[in-house]
Ligand binder design. Structure first.
Ligand SMILES: NC(=O)c1ccc[n+]([C@@H]2O[C@H](COP(=O)([O-])OP(=O)(O)OC[C@H]3O[C@@H](n4cnc5c(N)ncnc54)[C@H](OP(=O)(O)O)[C@@H]3O)[C@@H](O)[C@H]2O)c1
Length: 264
């Protein structure tokens, strides 16, 4: 299935875009004719992405940058570099980052909290502020905040995620109230189970056979009956970045196969 969301001439930044959901999102945005910049920490991961992108897309349409989202004070330079390279301003911002480690409250220290806040909350706030003024001038913009179902239903052992994700959703909603009248939308994705490296690490299999068994067990608890693949997120996020979704604003959208139990 290849839908065309007509993102021609839009410039997107997908942070933490070298693997998993971030990578799939960047790939689908390119597939829908956007120009795309991604960042992540590892040169090796970024080089892999470059190779994959080059097979399908023109090198003029993408940029990969080594950048650690913990370094909040360098975010203005990241934006400047991308906008200079493409000669235009960012139209679509997909805020994503690796998730914080699973820990209980008394097992965390101040650095754990500082890192989680910097990577998973502050980086989204700072980047959104950096791109919004030019979106206002253009009267068009899209902010997608990739978070987790933990923003809505706190998970055991995941205090760093529970707290920072709820903050992102609150920021995203407030942002939509302040800038909705300029044709800018800001939405959060409440991510459920998705088969990525992070997912595999979290369920911590001892070998492939047990991994398969765990996957079957997890799938049984999800109304949809399976654990999603990153590509599904890429397609839905491309839709949310298109003109077809002008009226979806300030939403916290679960992509979770129905695992969240609340009505709203
Ligand atoms: N997969 C799931 O089932 C699931 C469920 C709920 C929520 N989520 C959330 O969704 C988000 C994406 O998860 P995923 O499963 O796609 O993870 P993933 O496959 O592990 O990918 C994480 C990406 O983040 C990059 N990254 C990590 N730390 C970074 C940093 N400090 N600065 C810049 N880039 C960084 C990684 O690249 P480098 O290593 O090169 O930096 C990689 O590209 C996470 O926040 C995760 O908690 C995932």
């Amino acid at each position: 299935m290849n839908l065309d969301y007509k993102l021609n001439n839009k410039l997107a930044l997908v942070t933490a875009g070298s693997k998993g959901i971030g990578f799939a999102t960047a790939y689908q945005l390119l597939n829908n004719s956007a120009k795309v910049a991604i960042c992540s920490r590892s040169k090796k991961n970024l080089n892999k992405v470059k190779k994959i992108f080059k097979k399908k897309f023109s090198s003029k349409n993408f940029l990969v940058i080594k950048f650690d989202l913990t370094n909040n004070k360098n975010l203005p330079n990241l934006v400047k570099k991308i906008e200079k390279y493409f000669g235009k301003n960012i139209d679509i911002l997909v805020n994503n980052c690796g998730g914080p480690p699973a820990k209980q409250i008394l097992k965390t220290n101040d650095l754990d909290w500082q890192n989680a806040l910097n990577r998973n909350l502050l980086s989204s706030i700072i980047l959104s502020k950096l791109v919004v003024k030019k979106m206002i001038k253009k009267k068009w913009g899209r902010i997608i905040n990739l978070t987790s179902t933990t923003a809505k239903e706190a998970a055991q052992n995941m205090c760093l995620s529970n707290v920072t994700r709820a903050g992102v959703v609150a920021f995203s909603k407030t942002f939509s109230l302040e800038f909705g009248s300029y044709g800018i939308t800001s939405n959060s994705i409440l991510t459920g189970a998705c088969e990525t490296d992070r997912f595999k690490k979290l369920i911590n299999p001892e070998n492939r056979k047990s991994y398969k068994n765990i996957l079957i067990k997890i799938s049984k608890n999800i109304p949809a009956g399976y654990v999603s693949k990153p590509d599904e997120f890429g397609h839905i996020i491309s839709f949310l970045c298109s003109d077809y979704s002008n009226y979806i604003n300030g939403a916290a959208i679960p992509i979770d196969g129905g695992i969240l139990k609340s009505n709203f």
